[in-house]
Design a binder for this molecule. Sequence first.
Ligand code: GAR
Length: 210
Amino acid sequence: MKNIVILISGRGSNMEAIVNACAAEHWPARVAAVISNRPEAGGLAFAAARGIATAVVDHKQYDSREAFDAELARVVDGFSPDVVVLAGFMRILTPEFVRRFEGRMLNVHPSLLPAFPGLHTHARAIEAGCKLAGATVHFVTAELDHGPIVAQAAVPVLPDDTPDLLSARVLKQEHQIYPQAVRWMVEGSLKLADGRVTHTEGESQLRFGS
Ligand code: GAR
């Protein structure tokens, strides 16, 4: 049984999708803990109601990124994670933290990386006149929203889109590809070589949504 530890900062809809898929699809894993850097994160209540351990490491209580990350690493390690899942975890991580969980830490980002790392991805995609947008699940490296790509989902950008409409369309796809990617991790069916990720049994790492 593998341990999944999920880090959130807000509503936690990706975390919910992973918790639900883990139970419904009988993964050889359990969500051992959901940890937030914000005490008011909505997702904490969902996790607690499911009987999942929750913890808060409030970044405002630390005077440096290093001190916060050291405490976060200690708390995460306390749940013996095989996979660390960043699900809307909106903190830049120190290289030390990333190194500690390297190769077993995933992130989801709401753009087709390497396009639009950082914030306001949907507004930026609309502004740039993109015809396609989407989401990316990737291994975490020290560079923000960067790292070997595990799965991507593409959706159309429609002529009358607003950032909210596009965000909702992309989020629906995140809820498909992120649980799938975490399942691959717990099954051990991903191969990472030369910065590229393949699924060892050829499951599609690309999805088109509407
Ligand atoms: C998601 O859209 C996720 O892709 C994004 O935050 C949202 C969290 O939603 N993450 C990032 O922008 C990371 N750079 P959720 O809390 O409902 O899962």
